[in-house]
Design a protein around this ligand. Sequence first.
Ligand SMILES: [Zn+2]
Length: 208
Amino acid sequence: MSGRVALTFDDGPDPVWTPQVLDALADAGARGTFFVVARPAGRHPGLLRRMVEEGHEVAFHCDRHARHDRLTAAEIQADARDGLRTLRGLGHKAHDWRAPWGVVTGDTVEVAGELGLRLVGWTADSEDWRGGTVDEMLDRLAPGMEAGAVVLMHDAVGPGALRDGCGRTVDLVAPLVSMARSRDLTPVVLSGMVGRLPVGNPGDVASV
Ligand SMILES: [Zn+2]
């Protein structure tokens, strides 16, 4: 039996880059999960509709992109409630939640429990925000492309990014899917992942 991997994209939707990522996934015949920011989601509801129509999953990233270790429990809860309300208003019920930068505190865990959200971090980081080449990203991801991998990419230019576009993430999709398939791995949406997943940034000491 082949293994499963999850391709995930944070910080969108973006009117320029998200459609190109969706095109690349369609061309590759692969599915992914989008951890969306609620405010741009509210401005671009058609992009979320397209995600679902094409077999991808809409998951929750945040309402505003703030580190949870700099927010109070009440602020974390308010952000999640506001963002989820926006998504619900667009017809999407998110089940998975990735905190900004994968920074997960005890309060994050508590709020996730209250709201019935599964916290999902990643196991393999493309570090696409650095602006490196596709080959550099493939080399970075190659050791971690194994059954159960959750790959982090971005379909928008988020805060702190060292690039001004996501074109190389678009270009990464096809060779990354090929690499997965060459290892007998099938890209699936996150609800199709089984077993224990990381809750946050595996390299962040603030994670729990
Ligand atoms: Zn983010």
